[in-house]
Ligand binder design. Structure first.
Ligand code: HH2
Length: 309
């Protein structure tokens, strides 16, 4: 099926997409998306121009990530996983070396440790040929990762934690994922208004720093500073965030809200993750962040094919 064509839904539209590919050799996406070492501002634009949901595969080189902590800390295993994600159809590899622990309890990691975890993995992951995003809240780590060939910065504090992050992103011309976050969940608030107000602050910071708007992706931050109900509201009402006229990313993969509907451990939440991601795409998500790339790609394609029938 390499290089084959089928259909996927992108915000309700049906568009031809490529099939999963091998990690070696030129892939279909490489012909339309610059190599991962490409720092040009157009990496994001070219991905989005594919006109179908973009799938971001998660690689955690951490001992303590909530769903797969410790599994990929060995560099050889991490690289094998990266290859597997690319072969399964990942359009972006999102690599993180500090657990964000959406549900609390993360051990803060010094930047030296974060970089030491990334060092044996990052540039080799970049060499696989899909754009790599660096999942970090530290500008120093992001700068170093961009030097290694990462193409996108994924900041789970939406440019609001490290004051050096926005200037760095502006200087480097990197696309940035601005994720909504809160120090704690408050069941009393209107979560959609809170997300919108947070994005307004992030976009003001971005503008002051000189980050062009066309390099920004917004993400409601499923599971971060939200009750399970608020996480579900964020997906169900995602279309309200279309008002920002920026691409939206949703990462519901294996998150805890799923277990509040059907009790399950993180590894048992594939069905719930896929349901959430299909609905997110229906509500306007352009990018889906997932640990389970092959199943997600299949689900997106089948949903789109049925939609086209
Ligand atoms: N979720 C996690 C981490 N980074 N980045 C974005 N933009 N959106 C998300 O929803 C998101 C994210 C949490 O998942 P994971 O990386 O598997 O866990 P951990 O942070 O514990 O490593």
């Amino acid at each position: 099926m390499q290089g084959g064509v089928c259909f996927a839904a992108a915000g309700g539209r049906l568009t031809p997409v490529r099939s999963p590919r091998k990690a070696t050799g030129m892939s279909a996406v490489q012909s339309s998306v610059s190599a991962a070492s490409d720092h040009t501002p157009h990496v994001l634009a070219r991905l989005l121009a594919l006109g179908r949901p973009i799938v971001m595969g998660v690689l955690n080189v951490t001992p303590d990530s909530f769903s797969d902590g410790g599994r990929f800390i060995d560099p050889g295993v991490a690289l094998a996983r990266a290859r597997e994600l690319v072969e399964a159809g990942a359009d972006i590899l999102d690599i993180g070396a500090e657990s964000t622990r959406p549900y609390g309890g993360a051990t803060p990691v010094a930047r030296e440790e974060e970089m030491a975890r990334l060092k044996p993995v990052l540039s080799q992951a970049v060499a696989l040929g899909v754009p790599v995003s660096i999942d970090t809240i530290k500008a120093d780590v992001a700068a170093w990762a961009l030097d290694q060939g990462a193409a996108i910065v994924n900041d789970v504090w939406g440019l609001q934690r490290d004051p050096e992050m926005a200037p760095l992103v502006a200087r480097r011309g990197a696309p940035v994922i601005v994720m909504h976050n809160r120090d704690g969940a408050d069941p009393a608030i209107d979560i959609m208004s809170d997300i919108a107000a947070f994005f307004e602050r992030s976009l003001a910071i971005a503008e002051r720093a000189g980050i062009p708007r066309d390099r920004i992706v917004l993400d409601p931050g499923i599971g971060f500073g939200k009750t399970p109900e608020q996480s579900m509201t964020a997906i169900g009402h995602l279309d309200r965030l279309k008002a920002f006229k920026l691409p939206l990313l949703v990462g519901a993969s294996r998150k805890r809200f799923i277990a509040t509907v059907t009790p399950s451990e993180p590894q048992q939440r594939l069905g719930g993750s896929i349901a959430a991601h299909l609905l997110a795409v229906q509500k306007g998500a352009a990018i889906i962040r997932t640990h389970d790339v092959a199943d997600t790609v299949q689900a997106l394609r089948v949903a789109a094919a049925i939609g086209a029938a």
